[in-house]
Design a protein around this ligand. Structure first.
Ligand code: HEM
Length: 223
């Protein structure tokens, strides 16, 4: 039955070469921890991606309860945490995942740096990686405000004040981030939009480029 469905689709869309390309692609020996244990450092990028997927999934479930306005944000998070079945687990995954993704991304960057994998012809992927780095930090910064508790509010004040010290564009950046003159209702709406639409979309596009380049250029090494 499944075979029938598969060949029906394959006849029309010729999908076999697509997955064959991935399935038949050999893993080079120097990146395979089964050959040399130290090759586990080459798994850091994939592990970072795994946590990114967890963040996407847990975040999607959080938005089923989260209400992005200053009256209800805190209450909705409180309700999710203490009254919704598995809410504490889903929120916990998103909370701890947010820190873990940064740790893993940092380890991955160290691997790329110390194996010299950023050198020609992979310079562009290093640059795309740097952009990904800032997008992930942006996701952390915007997500932190969403529970709208005291910690979130004052941490965001500090973060925005730091951004305001940027030479020349500081005050514009501050107004842009706040959505006005103070950290308030407009800031929460804006951070929510950045956190669930703009930055994830940007991240997906950048990761698409990252993976395309890895596939085209192959993995660097052996050393
Ligand atoms: C969400 C963040 C990121 C994810 C999911 C990710 C994912 C990956 C994956 C799966 C690989 C294949 C090799 C490996 O796993 O080590 C890779 C390679 C690479 N990444 Fe990332 N990456 C991220 C962030 C970064 C950052 C911040 C940089 C540097 C600024 C970077 C630069 C590179 C480069 C240059 C390669 C090619 C390395 C080689 O060919 O050996 N990546 N990335």
């Amino acid at each position: 039955m499944l075979k029938g469905i598969y060949s029906w689709i394959d006849e029309r869309l010729d999908i076999t070469p697509l997955w064959r390309d991935v399935a038949d692609h050999e893993v080079p020996e120097h990146v395979n921890p089964a050959h040399h244990f130290s090759a586990f450092v080459y798994c850091f990028g994939g592990l970072t991606f795994f946590i990114v997927l967890i963040q996407f999934l847990s975040g999607m479930f959080l938005t089923m309860y989260y209400v992005p306005d200053i009256e209800n944000a805190y209450k909705s998070v409180d309700f999710l945490q203490y009254n919704v079945a598995f809410g504490v687990i889903v929120r916990g995954m998103h909370h701890w995942g947010a820190s873990l993704v940064i740790v893993m991304m940092f380890l991955h960057t160290l691997r790329v740096f110390f194996t010299g994998a950023y050198k020609a012809p992979r310079e562009m992927n290093w640059v795309v990686g740097m952009l990904i780095f800032f997008v992930i930090l942006g996701l952390g910064f915007t997500g932190y405000l969403l529970p709208w508790d005291n910690k979130a509010y004052f941490a965001t004040q500090v973060g925005i004040k730091i951004a305001a010290t940027t030479p020349f564009i500081g005050s514009y950046l501050q107004t842009f981030l706040q959505g006005g003159d103070i950290v308030g209702a407009t800031t929460l709406t804006r951070f929510f939009a950045l956190h669930v639409f703009f930055l994830p979309a940007l991240l997906l596009a950048l990761l698409g480029g990252h993976f395309y380049m890895i596939r085209k250029q192959g993995i660097a090494g052996p050393l």
